[in-house]
Ligand binder design. Structure first.
Ligand code: GLA
Length: 408
């Protein structure tokens, strides 16, 4: 009798204990990356030539160029920073490349009002052949926390025999146990559908293999491909429903300023903003052309990416050459991006009143038949009338028209 009466109370105690355990272990840090992370990463431009000097100079340039004011925050060191593990198994940076050590570097980055990111791999070796974290996850997380690291990109080389969800969850738990909030960037190239489990494990997940600075091509490396901008764009199909504040699809880092034409860079940047993608620049911030700087620091386009609603845009229409994308924004506005995939100029005609642009995901509708929007061109900065008159424009090849439709 007594036992029966106790059971409801026991159940409550058990539930309480379970919740208490779950909050002590097995979590990711809350309130990180509520908008897509913005920063810089060494890999796309510098590959295996990272050094303390480069990172310090890049931090200086991030401030002096205006990138910091535009919202870029993280300075991320990619692969090849690692030295040997010490006798107890703790990782050390390569002393030749990082003579002052990571703690001093993190202090410097923090003194500039910026944050420092680092890179490792779930396997025993990174893609560049340096020490990975397999078997050292908790030690590595502890070390990063001691150094003052704010962001970890975690790669997937040499992991064929690992369960991806399990491996990334282990590192998530290690980071949480180390106690210093770090954005956790899952980099397993979309092989194991990270969009299905990545939101619980981390803050962003790569959806594809590596990008290359090419607008419309792929590079065959035998066992793997590098993808151009349009190829990566097309690989995002069906993924938008998985993204949102704190957990983003990552179509890879930016190649703006790394060799594409200015119009291609502009289209690349605009499309990444329509995708609510992390904006991790990958060029040499110390030597930017005026055009590269203007592309990366277009605050109106960045505002589309960083919009508080956190809803990824969608392809509304395509005739194979011209595509029209929409993204719902906070406060009833919309972003619209018209992409010309071809190399030839194209005529754009869009009669707003005849177009029914609805979004099942956000349950939003433009209601162009009854609502008039003011139109702002986010690249020319011109006010371009309203949606009462059809849009009539000519769009150069490999370029975009990017508009903000403002509710009157
Ligand atoms: C993989 C990643 C890249 C980069 C390299 C470093 O290819 O996808 O982004 O981090 O490894 O070796």
């Amino acid at each position: 009798m007594l036992r029966e009466n106790c059971w409801p109370i026991m159940k409550k105690i058990l539930l309480f204990l379970c919740l208490a355990c779950a909050s002590a272990f097995g979590q990711k840090f809350p309130d990180l990356a509520l908008t897509p992370p913005m920063g810089w990463n060494s890999w796309n431009k510098f590959g295996n030539t990272v050094s303390e000097e480069l990172i310090r100079q890049t931090a200086d340039a991030m401030v002096s160029s205006g990138m910091k004011d535009a919202g870029y925050e993280y300075i991320n060191i990619d692969d090849t920073w690692q030295g040997e593990r010490d006798g107890q198994g703790f990782i050390r940076p390569d002393p030749k490349k990082f003579p002052s050590g990571m703690k001093a570097l993190a202090d410097y980055i923090h003194s500039k009002g910026l944050k420092l990111g680092i890179y490792s791999d779930a396997g025993a070796k990174t893609c560049g052949g340096f020490a990975g974290s397999r078997g050292h996850e908790y030690q590595d997380a502890q070390m990063y926390a001691q150094w003052g690291i704010d962001y970890l990109k975690y790669d997937w080389c040499g992991c064929e025999d690992l369960n991806a969800k399990g491996a990334y969850t282990t590192m998530r738990d290690a980071l949480y146990a180390a106690g210093r909030p770090m954005v956790f960037s899952i980099c397993e190239w979309g092989n194991n559908k990270p969009w299905e489990w990545g939101g619980a494990a981390g803050n962003l997940w790569r959806t594809t293999g590596d990008i290359c600075p090419c607008f419309d091509c792929k590079e065959d490396h035998g066992t793997w491909y590098q993808w151009g901008v349009l190829q990566i764009l097309d690989l995002q199909a069906g993924l938008r429903k998985y993204a949102g504040p704190g957990h983003w699809n990552d179509p890879d880092m930016l190649e703006v300023g790394n060799g594409m034409a200015v119009n291609e860079d502009r289209a690349h940047f605009s499309l990444w903003c329509m995708l609510a993608a992390p904006l991790i620049s990958g060029n040499d911030l110390r030597n930017m052309t005026k055009e590269t700087a203007e592309t990366l620091m277009n605050k109106d386009v960045i505002a589309v990416d960083q919009d508080k609603l956190g809803i990824e845009g969608f392809r509304y229409s395509s005739d194979g050459v011209l595509e029209v994308w929409f993204k719902p924004l906070a406060g009833g506005d919309w972003a619209m991006c018209v992409l010309n995939r071809s190399t030839r100029p194209q005529k754009v005609f869009f009669n707003w009143k005849n177009e029914k642009v609805g979004d099942d995901l956000s349950k939003r509708d433009t209601t162009f038949d009854t609502t008039v929007y003011r139109i702002r061109d986010l690249w020319t900065k011109a006010d371009s009338g309203t949606t009462e008159k059809p849009l009539n424009a000519e769009l150069p090849g490999h370029d975009v028209l990017m508009l903000r439709l403002q509710k009157q």
